[in-house]
Design a protein around this ligand. Structure first.
Ligand code: THU
Length: 129
């Protein structure tokens, strides 16, 4: 799947955003190495702290269906700017590998990063050995 199509899927997921507190809609589309796509949106809570980001929604959906290997994740939002994954999402992304392309997009423009760009010197399972 090309990245523009993955970005479109992230925009479709963004429509489902449940964000009555921030009014900041986020959508994500996660591409598995086998070519499947799992989408997610942010889901807020009145407690605020229980909010789940779009990226983690997509990753948790995929993991809970048996997927472990990912090649890319596209992230879009209702902002006028590119939206980069928050710190917690960066930590969750690195859990599943350092070669995932992290695509941050706004309409037809996008930039691609690796997790080492966004979360350098990360703490991972290697550190637990
Ligand atoms: N949000 C995401 O969904 N992903 C991010 O990486 C950044 C933040 C959401 C969480 C919350 O619902 C809203 O954006 C404002 O922080």
């Amino acid at each position: 799947m090309n990245y523009q199509s993955l970005i479109e899927k992230a925009y479709e997921a963004m429509n489902y955003s449940y964000s009555p507190y921030s009014n900041f809609k986020v959508g994500a589309a996660l591409l598995t190495k086998s070519g499947k796509v799992y989408t997610g949106c942010n889901v807020e809570s009145a407690s605020l702290g229980a909010t789940n980001c779009a990226e983690r929604t997509a990753i948790y959906k995929a993991i809970s269906e048996g997927e472990r290997e990912f090649s890319a994740v596209a992230i879009v939002s209702s902002s006028h700017d590119l939206t980069f994954p928050c710190g917690i999402c960066r930590q969750v992304i690195v859990e599943f590998g350092k070669d995932i392309d992290i695509i941050v997009a706004k309409d037809y423009d996008y930039e691609v990063y690796k997790i080492d760009d966004l979360l350098p010197r990360s703490f991972t399972q290697i550190d637990l050995k």
